[in-house]
Write a new protein. Structure first.
Length: 222
């Protein structure tokens, strides 16, 4: 019988190298992470607002002031809820629950459409009349132009943060970005015709949600 030679197990050496790398690059503090998140979100908001102003900003046309305020407040409330559920992780390190994310994804477009139509119809059927020259494509492209920078910022903030359901979390980020952009578009667009709203205001929300689902699977997982 020959005595065993010296161990050539690479595990201890590998463990030492990993620990050395961790010590060489310490994790950022919570305050650093928070500042970075606010900077990224601020940049996304700045790009969206610059696009909004460049294309005309708030345009009232003949809409009653109460109608503008009513629809804007509704969209703003839903945007706030979408950001709280979709962007903020909550108390759990694993992010929001599947039930809360699914509820946001399904309920937000329906709530926005119901609010828009419900408020507009109170000011007379003429506010729901069609605009033949405004089918909704301009609102569609404006919504996407403002929502995509917001989605990029949200994904950057939440990068590698969801090991459980990254695709679902990304979809929720898309909803949050789409609703936030849609709030501005509602201030820009005077049309309440339902087919226009579906094409120019609800469809872009669904498109950005799909982009968010792809981005989530690509960037939010560990």
């Amino acid at each position: 019988m020959t005595s065993p030679g010296p161990s050539h197990d690479p595990a201890p050496a590998l463990k030492r190298r990993v620990l050395a790398a961790i010590r060489a690059e310490p994790a950022p503090t919570r305050e650093t992470v928070r500042r970075r998140a606010w900077l990224l979100i601020g940049l996304g908001i700045a790009v969206a607002l610059a696009t909004f102003v460049q294309l005309g900003g708030i345009r009232r046309y003949d809409r009653p002031t109460l109608l503008v305020l009513g629809t804007c407040l509704g969209w703003s409330a839903i945007a706030t809820a979408a950001a709280w559920i979709g962007v903020a992780r909550g108390r759990s390190m694993l992010g929001r629950s599947t039930a809360s994310l699914v509820t946001l994804i399904v309920a937000a477009p329906l709530a926005l459409l119901a609010w828009k139509v419900g408020i507009t119809v109170r000011f007379g059927p003429q506010m729901l009349a069609p605009w033949p020259t405004r089918p909704g494509f301009r609102c569609l492209w404006l919504s996407l132009a403002m929502a995509v920078p917001l989605l990029v910022a949200f994904v950057a903030v939440r990068r590698r943060s969801d090991p459980v359901h990254p695709g679902l979390a990304g979809t929720a980020l898309g909803v949050a970005a789409g609703v936030a952009a849609g709030t501005l578009v509602d201030l820009w667009c005077p049309v309440g015709f339902v087919p226009h709203v579906l094409l120019g205001h609800i469809l872009p929300l669904l498109v950005v949600s799909a982009l968010g689902a792809w981005a989530g699977r690509r960037f939010l997982g560990p």
